[in-house]
Design a protein around this ligand. Structure first.
Ligand code: GTQ
Length: 344
């Protein structure tokens, strides 16, 4: 194994000038930047956004910027490792917090990145995806997959706030990110699939010969069901209760690049997962606790959001009964064949 690699300064100036003119650079002085020993060196740093800080800022955006001037009224959670203004929260995860005021609507568009909404506050909001109207209640997880038309509306009388998670950084990296704008969609006059065909886990519509299920058959995962399921797992399972959000037809992750896992911690419970090659964002649906990420102590409360870079050393301890949704990029890493876990 070569220990000391040559530096740029080892090379004569005329050779370096010649390389510049030819548009080439030597790999060896940069080798460890792109292929560090043993483990990646993430740029991402752990972040923590309290809801107490975000909420008033977002409501003020509601006074300052009409939705027509914003298309989406969103404050982006910038990764501290990349600095404020960074349109990403970890290497692959973009998070934004979005406000819709009573009577407002956010126009229809579709884009290459996929999005997920986790509803933080308010009732009466809804998202229409490909004509299907998806009610948004606190804690619900609502998908707007890659390429599907979506617009947001609000029939209630208090502000509605939700957290957006998108695989946008990946699409920016791929130079594949763009949107197409359109008219508000006509809504089908029926409840969304989570209330009809996919009402109960383990049941799906009868398959007819030659008929394939929709690629994204269920677009809304009501929180009430997730919480009830986590409570059952807590009673009968061992350790921390965790449930993955899956496509009910395929059993696979709900989206191609992003994954979502609901977690329940009991009051006083601690949990230290293995080091994982995916980056994470945690959204607190309910409860209080403390998580240490690479030595950084994060004291979280209801509706807060915090993050961890790849291979982070993470340990949670819940002060109260707590519910979190963990957002990660394991589906992407699985597809690329390198998802990995290491013992702490
Ligand atoms: O609601 O469609 O946070 O297109 C960023 C881009 C939300 C959305 C975001 C978007 C949306």
């Amino acid at each position: 194994m070569s220990e000391e690699l040559g530096t740029l300064e080892d090379l004569p100036q005329d050779y370096r000038d010649e390389m510049d003119r030819a548009g080439v650079a030597p790999l060896w002085p940069m080798m460890r930047n792109v292929l560090p020993h043993g483990a990646p060196q993430p740029v991402t740093r752990p972040g923590h956004w309290t809801y107490g800080a975000l909420r008033p800022l977002l409501l003020r955006a509601g006074e300052l910027t009409p939705v027509e001037k914003a298309e989406r009224r969103v404050l982006v959670l910038s990764d501290p490792g990349r600095g404020v203004g960074a349109m990403q929260t970890t290497s692959t995860i973009y998070l934004g917090i979005q406000l819709l005021l009573p009577g407002e609507s956010a126009p229809a568009h579709r884009h290459t990145p996929s999005a997920v909404r986790i509803v933080v506050e308010g009732t009466g909001g809804y998202t229409v995806v490909d004509g299907e109207r998806l009610p948004m209640e606190e804690g619900d997880l609502v998908l707007t997959p890659c390429g599907e038309w979506h617009d947001h509306g609000h029939d209630g009388d208090e502000p509605v706030i939700w957290l957006d998670a998108l695989d946008l950084p990946l699409f920016v990296y791929l130079e594949g990110s763009y949107a197409i704008e359109g008219e508000l969609q006509a809504q089908r006059n029926r409840p969304d699939a989570s209330q009809v065909e996919y009402r109960a886990a383990g049941l799906a519509p009868t398959r007819r010969p030659g008929q394939r299920p929709r690629r994204y058959p269920m677009l809304r995962y009501p929180w009430t069901r997730t919480e009830a399921a986590l409570r059952q797992v807590t009673i009968y399972g061992e350790g921390v209760a965790e449930l993955d959000y899956i496509n009910p037809e395929t059993g696979e992750d709900v989206l191609p690049a992003l994954g979502f896992t609901a977690m329940m911690l009991q009051a006083g419970q601690t949990h230290a997962p293995p080091l994982r090659s995916s980056s994470f964002a945690f959204h607190v649906v309910r409860g209080e606790g403390e998580t240490v990420v690479n030595g950084k102590v994060i004291q979280w409360g209801p509706k807060d959001t915090f993050t961890a870079p790849v291979f982070a050393d993470i340990s949670h301890s819940a002060g109260t009964e707590a519910f979190l949704i963990r957002i990660h990029d394991r589906p992407l890493q699985d597809k690329l064949g390198y998802y990995e876990e290491r013992p702490r």
